[in-house]
Write a protein that binds this ligand. Structure first.
Ligand SMILES: [Zn+2]
Length: 389
């Protein structure tokens, strides 16, 4: 008996030695060829957990092996808006609320979409709001105020970095105050194909825009599976790009529903976003070379899940504000480089992690990080605790 045990141990040791010898060469860490960056507007943990409870379904959020926490404060406010939040997620820079793609001194910043396009990757954006709305705009436009929709539309039309953009908000292109028909200009002079529906897109076309409504897309309950379908369409277009691709996808209307304190709408939107995440995650699992990062720009509504009778049984959604909160949000990651997205991080840290995952140096744009609110807090702390003489 003893001898058998000993030979078993010897066999095991031999097995280990052989395995070690075979793996002697340290393997290069896998690099991400493609990146799918997904932002749930206004979506922190309460929105995701409320959707789990309301639907009783296992969500795609539960399949991510790496999860971290993202501090969302902006350079001007502890509570960020989508413009400053999006700018920080897209670039290395926290900025002032309402600013799009600029640092607090109104100097344009380089976004992860632009940096990866310069490295030869194809690029795309998919949303369910105006394509000129704050979150998508932060990836390609540079304006001091997010409400400058018609200027953002011109910057989108003239953008050299974008291969495809899918969303809504056609009126900022063809019903403009300056009466310019930007759709005509895009098609005749700027190399775009412009569609008003997902149905008849030629996915072999290398530069197209879809604006499937004049305003924002209707609510999830009305627009159906537009977002997951749009992600599929974008992936069909970008798949096989010689140097890979970068795709940003936004679950745009979770924020709208939480501003309105409409829990049924919020659950529909979060579930719709989860289905879009499933399309991305299934693609990444099949390909093996695609990083998927899911996060949010901020929390909206101050949502908590409570039993108003204090009995711990009848859980309902309770909102504490009609606006945003400073609650940190989650980040979920899968694929090459995903292990970087754990622990506590700033929203302005994500671009560098994505560049690292692609095996690329985050050269940056040479602009200093200006974080006024925290610089002020540190100064006040120092002033109240003078160093001993
Ligand atoms: Zn909002």
């Amino acid at each position: 008996m003893k001898r058998i045990a000993l030979s078993l141990i010897a066999l095991l040791c031999l097995g280990l030695t052989t395995a070690y010898a075979q793996n002697e060469k340290p393997q290069e860490p896998a690099k991400a060829m493609n990146v799918i960056y997904m932002i749930g507007d206004g979506m922190a943990l309460p929105q995701v957990y409320a959707t789990m409870l309301a639907t009783g379904q296992e969500l795609t959020f539960e399949q991510f092996p790496y999860i971290g926490v993202v501090d969302t404060h902006s350079a001007s406010n502890e509570i960020t808006d989508s413009a400053a939040g999006g700018t920080a997620l897209a670039s290395d820079h926290k900025t002032k609320n309402s600013m799009v793609g600029m640092n607090p001194d109104t100097i344009p910043v380089k976004t992860v979409l632009e940096a990866l396009q310069e490295q030869g990757k194809e690029t795309g954006i998919v949303v369910t709001c105006y394509v000129t709305h704050a979150t998508p705009a932060t990836f390609y436009a540079k304006v001091p105020k997010r409400s400058m929709y018609e200027d953002i539309a011109v910057q989108m039309a003239e953008n050299q970095y974008l291969n495809l953009i899918i969303g809504a908000g056609m009126r900022h292109f063809n019903q403009r105050k300056d009466s310019i028909n930007l759709v005509e200009r895009m098609e005749q002079e700027l190399g775009w194909k412009v569609y008003d529906t997902l149905a008849d897109i030629d996915t072999t076309c290398k530069k197209y825009a879809v604006m499937a409504a004049d305003d924002h897309m209707p609510k999830a309950a009305v627009r159906g599976d537009f977002l997951p379908r749009a992600v599929k369409t974008a992936l069909q277009t970008l798949d096989g790009a010689e140097n890979g691709f970068f795709l940003m996808v936004e679950g745009s209307q979770i924020d709208f529903a939480c501003h309105a304190h409409d829990s049924a709408w919020m659950v529909d939107e979060t579930l719709d976003f989860d289905r879009a995440i499933k399309v991305a995650l299934d693609y990444a699992k099949e390909k093996g070379n695609t990083l998927v990062v899911v996060t949010a720009d901020h929390e909206t509504g101050g949502l908590s899940l409570v039993d108003p009778n204090g009995r711990y049984t009848n859980i309902t959604c309770s909102y504490s504000t009609g606006s945003h909160t400073c609650l940190p949000v989650m980040v979920y990651a899968y694929g090459p480089g995903a292990e970087q997205f754990t622990g506590w991080m700033q929203n302005s840290d994500l671009k560098e992690k994505i560049m690292n995952a692609c095996g690329l140096e985050n050269i940056g744009d040479g602009l200093p990080e200006i974080d006024e609110i925290h610089a002020k807090a540190v100064k006040e702390n120092l002033d109240s605790h003078p160093s001993p003489k």
